[in-house]
Every structure is written in C-alpha cells, then in structure tokens.
Ligand binder design. Structure first.
Ligand SMILES: [Zn+2]
Ligand SMILES: [Zn+2]
Length: 175
C-alpha cells in the first residue's frame, strides 16, 4: 500500500471512544474513496465511491445511517448497449463495543472502522446486473439484430443437427 491509499481511508476511521463519551452527539462522514484503496475494485465500478454517513452516539453504541454511492458502467445484460449510472446503497447499522445486538458491528480498539461497511454496501450494489429497460427485447441469437430497434425472420427454435441425423438412421439388421 502506498501512503496515498492509506490516506484515502482515513476519513472512514472514527475515534469511537471520544464519540461514545457524549451520547446524542452527531458526526458526519463525507468522503470520496478510491475503490482500489477500499479493496472494492469491481469490474463495473467507474469512479470514486461516495460516502455520506451520519454517526449518532447512543448509550449502547454508535448508530450509522446514510448512503454509499458507487458510480458504475456496464452493458445491458440483454442487448449489450452501454449503460452507466450511480448506485445508491442505504445504510442503517449499529456499532457496539460489547456486541449486545447480534446484528451489530464490533468497535475494536476504540476505533470504528467504516471501511468494511462501505465496501460491502458498494459491492452489493455493483454486483447487480443492469438492463437498459425492464422490457428490453435483447439480441437475436442467430443474426444478432437488436430486437428493440428492428426485427428479423430468423428461426430461433433450437435445433441440434446430431438428433436430426439420427431420425433418418435405420439399422441394417432391421431390414
Ligand atoms: Zn437492453
Ligand atoms: Zn435474427
């Protein structure tokens, strides 16, 4: 890791001890993170991952809410046209020093590290396959025409030539 990479994750590391001393205190985390630094180098990621989170100190932990946005670029899974956009994942998690809630993340060594949460949220969004529209007609498997833009007369009934040959085959010993 280069020093730059470590720096880019620094805004995601919060001093939890300090925050927990003041229940009700709020802290905003607003950062743009290099996906490589986050270890979220997904094939569809197309730019920095935007972190917009709000931390609220509670009596039993720190509540984290907000969004993680990942810009993406890919092709429609049906017609292969280029697509791009920004996926926004909603975050609502609890971090605790003593894991009283089974769903809570753990605060280790007094430090709340948001990086794993940001990585998971971004990857979940990036893993989604995209379509240009819900009713995309896709490509003709025979001639490759974009069926959204035109039509063709291809016979797309699946025919396997090996079976067609067997139908004409008459064994010698039956004649
Ligand atoms: Zn499409
Ligand atoms: Zn066709």
């Amino acid at each position: 890791m280069t020093p730059d990479v470590t720096d880019s994750l620094r805004p995601l590391r919060i001093n939890a001890v300090e925050l927990l001393r003041q229940p009700g205190a709020v802290r905003d985390v607003d950062a743009a993170v290099d996906p490589e630094a986050l270890d979220a180098g997904h094939e569809r990621v197309d730019g920095d991952i935007r972190v917009d989170l709000h931390l609220t100190a509670m009596n039993d932990g720190i509540e984290v809410t907000g969004t993680v946005s990942a810009p993406w670029a890919t092709v429609c899974r049906r017609c292969l046209v280029d697509l791009a956009g920004v996926a926004v994942g909603q975050v609502d998690e609890l971090y605790q020093i003593e894991p009283l809630d089974p769903d809570a993340y753990l605060i280790e060594d007094g430090q709340l590290d948001l990086a794993p949460l940001v990585r998971e949220t971004a990857l979940l969004e990036l893993d989604l396959e995209r379509q240009c529209r819900d009713d995309c007609a896709g490509l003709c498997p025979v001639c490759g025409i974009d069926r959204n833009a035109g039509s063709c007369d291809c016979d797309t009934t699946v025919v396997d030539d090996r079976w067609a040959a067997l139908e004409d085959f008459v064994p010698d010993d039956q004649t």
